[in-house]
Design a protein around this ligand. Structure first.
Ligand SMILES: Cc1cc2nc3c(=O)[nH]c(=O)nc-3n(C[C@H](O)[C@H](O)[C@H](O)COP(=O)(O)OP(=O)(O)OC[C@H]3O[C@@H](n4cnc5c(N)ncnc54)[C@H](O)[C@@H]3O)c2cc1C
Ligand SMILES: Cc1cc2nc3c(=O)[nH]c(=O)nc-3n(C[C@H](O)[C@H](O)[C@H](O)COP(=O)(O)O)c2cc1C
Length: 614
């Protein structure tokens, strides 16, 4: 039965929740906690995955700091709470005062969507919005600071109302008050380099890791940090700002009939069209919004009325005139035997109607096409440079898990990058960032904008004697190379077990020599390799986990951390299921208990099942 109403709130208490993937919202929540205690409140700062949704019923003051990930999605540590919030478990939050700080990036279509969702949800449950939601772009410090300065005094001014209702059973959790002694996070401690103000780096190395004959192209790419002052730790990711291929820009200008010097308005201000197509918009793939917008340009064809004014029929053999007719100009004066030829339709209008009416067709259409393909299909429908760029996706940075430890590779950042190449409609194409890195970033020369994306969760255990199990097939190996370098240089005594795999041993055994060396020196305690195309049967990492189930369980029972990195859509899901079944089988648990053990105990309470999946 849904719980109704509040209130069991501790006097002066305020709950500050954060949904955060790379730590920004978490940092701000901690800062808000500090400010709250300075204002005489008793703050509890918690990640969204540290509470049950029913705990909200016992609150009188709630602040939410939440970022948006993926394509307008909740960050990983907010997903479960969001699901629970929408499960009907809570009917109303009368008496709860709230405000939301939403973090995002205006480059994304669904700007600050998760924060907006929380804001709407609290309102829909009857909670009182004490201060308007603030949506922050990547330079979030200032607006976030203003939000705190405004909302915290309002929260502090709210009188405690202690109305007894039924407490939500065993879900009470210990209230953790943010340590008022904790040092405030100063802006100066953050790097000056960000997605909007990237550091211009150059490459020290850029080479293919694959063996001869491999069907893949995976590169080891090393960035020089120069005098940037950029710092990182094993587990962090690097942001890379790509630019479009110059030949694609020129081809698009030719196809659209512009010379590139025309000035257009963009989200980054006014600039020449050539510059906008190069660095402000993603021109290598169509956006849905742009295709939908064509409707307006296509749907206003001039209405043409045709009147027959004369008609002659001649013999095809000798040219003799068989019939001759001349009209008088009167409406119904038509030649004898005349019949309607029917209405002619424009195929591009038909195509557009088809796409507009069926979202899956539109998805299919944009999947393999860019703007040049669209010009081929729709003709010269775009008549101004502004129409060309309006509705295109804004160019976004790409993140890469760092494959090095700063202590092992000082002054540089190493990446393991899988290059995206494909051919559609007889043209070779690449992913935006991977094509840029592979084809146009030369060692020493090219200037590449980068910034750090630090993690607060995907980290090595503090206690160096803790064992770790790492599952990272394909480019998922990247952070584990960093971990192994770090554990090696620190002389960590905990055991290290790596599950790696890809298509073939010959073609895709990345960093084999380093792995052999770590094995020989006892750094890599156990190493299991899954090759899906080497034998008759496809072998994946989860199959090897299953084979080693008993031993994996022993490590886990002994406190080992369990890490997964790489493909989100399939691999991470299969590994998750396999881990649960191992715990069930070897830990003698029911399916339900094993789910609880993995998803609540390991993942949420003990935070030793950590994922970096994309
Ligand atoms: C936290 C994080 C860490 C990451 N770490 C790594 C890493 O260590 N190494 C790594 O390589 N990547 C990593 N990625 C992924 C990386 O950020 C990029 O998404 C990836 O490199 C592709 O970028 P791109 O610009 O080249 O491709 P995009 O231009 O973004 O295009 C990629 C898209 O192309 C589409 N596509 C692919 N094949 C085809 C095809 N045949 N036909 C049509 N469309 C197709 C797919 O929809 C795919 O989503 C990470 C991502 C995140 C979020
Ligand atoms: C892969 C990726 C996807 C993102 N998706 C969105 C999005 O859809 N909408 C948005 O407003 N911001 C998006 N962002 C921006 C983040 O919300 C922003 O960087 C935020 O500051 C991260 O805060 P956090 O560290 O608390 O997670 C995305 C960032 C990355 C790296």
């Amino acid at each position: 039965m849904p719980y109704m109403g509040n209130n069991m709130a501790e006097p002066r208490s305020i709950l500050i929740l954060y949904g955060s993937q790379s730590g920004n919202s978490e940092e701000l929540a901690i800062q808000a906690g500090k400010m709250s205690s300075q204002s005489g409140l008793k703050p509890t700062v918690k990640a969204m995955d540290e509470i049950e949704v029913t705990e909200l019923l016992t609150q009188q003051r709630v602040l939410v700091c939440c970022s948006t990930w993926g394509d307008g999605e909740q960050p990983d540590n907010a997903e479960d709470l969001w699901e629970a919030a929408n499960s009907g478990a809570i009917e109303n939050l009368d008496g709860v005062n709230f405000s939301v700080l939403a973090l995002g990036d205006t480059s994304y279509d669904l700007f600050c969507e998760s924060g907006k969702e929380w804001d709407r949800w609290f309102q829909s449950k009857g909670a009182i919005r004490v201060h308007e939601r603030v949506d922050c772009d990547v330079d979030f410090e200032e607006p976030a600071g203003l939000w705190m300065a405004a909302v915290i005094p309002k929260m502090a001014a709210i009188e405690d109302v202690l109305v007894e209702t039924t407490p939500p059973e065993e879900n009470q959790q210990e209230i953790v008050v943010v340590n008022p002694e904790a040092p405030p996070l100063k802006k100066s401690e953050k790097s000056q380099w960000s997605a909007k103000n990237p550091y211009t780096s150059h490459l020290d190395q850029n080479y293919v890791l694959n063996g001869e004959g491999s069907g893949k192209e995976t590169r080891h790419i090393v960035f020089n940090l120069g005098s940037s002052g950029l710092e990182y730790k094993a587990g962090d990711a690097l942001g890379v700002i790509p630019v479009a291929p110059p030949d694609l820009v020129e081809d698009l200008l030719t196809a659209s009939g512009f010379d590139g010097s025309e000035v257009v308005e963009t989200h980054m201000g006014e600039m020449e069209l050539r510059q906008a197509l190069t660095s402000a918009f993603e021109i290598h793939r169509l956006s849905k919004k742009w295709v939908r917008g064509l409707g307006e340009l296509l749907s206003t064809p001039e209405e043409v009325s045709i009147r027959i004014v004369s008609r002659t029929r001649s013999s095809t053999s000798d040219g003799t005139v068989l019939f001759e007719w001349e009209g008088t100009g009167v409406e119904d004066d038509i030649p004898i035997d005349y019949s309607e030829i029917g209405s002619a339709t424009d195929p591009s209008v038909d195509l557009w109607n088809d796409l507009d009416q069926d979202d899956s067709k539109l998805e299919d259409y944009i999947w393999s096409r860019d703007y040049i393909d669209a010009m081929n299909d729709f003709g010269h429908v775009v008549s101004t440079p502004q129409q060309l760029v309006d509705g295109m996706d804004r160019l976004k940075p790409r993140l890469y898990s760092i494959a090095s430890s700063p202590d092992h590779e000082p002054g540089t950042v190493h990446l393991t990058v899988g290059i995206v190449r494909y051919n559609h409609h007889d043209r070779d194409r690449t992913g935006l960032a991977t094509g840029f890195l592979a084809d146009r970033c030369d060692v020493g020369d090219s200037e590449i904008g980068i910034f750090m994306s630090p993690t607060r969760s995907f980290i090595l255990p503090e206690d160096r004697s803790t064992d770790i199990i790492m599952v990272g097939p394909g480019t998922g190996i990247a952070p584990f190379r960093a971990y192994l370098q770090q554990r090696d240089i620190e002389g960590a005594t905990g055991r290290n077990w790596l599950f790696f795999g890809d298509w073939t041993e010959e073609g895709e055994y990345y960093y084999k020599e380093e792995m052999d060396d770590w094995k020989a020196r006892g750094v890599l305690t156990k190493h299991d390799l899954a090759w899906s195309r080497d034998g008759k049967e496809k072998v994946y990492v989860q199959h090897l986990m299953n084979k080693n189930g008993e031993e994996i369980w022993k490590w886990i029972e002994g406190g080992a951390y369990f890490y997964v990195c790489g493909d989100k859509s399939r691999m991470a899901k299969d590994v998750h299921k396999t881990l649960i079944s191992i715990c069930s089988e070897h830990g003698n648990m029911s399916d339900e208990e094993a789910h609880d053990y993995v998803e609540n105990r390991m993942m949420k309470s003990e935070k030793r099942y950590l994922r970096d999946v994309y």
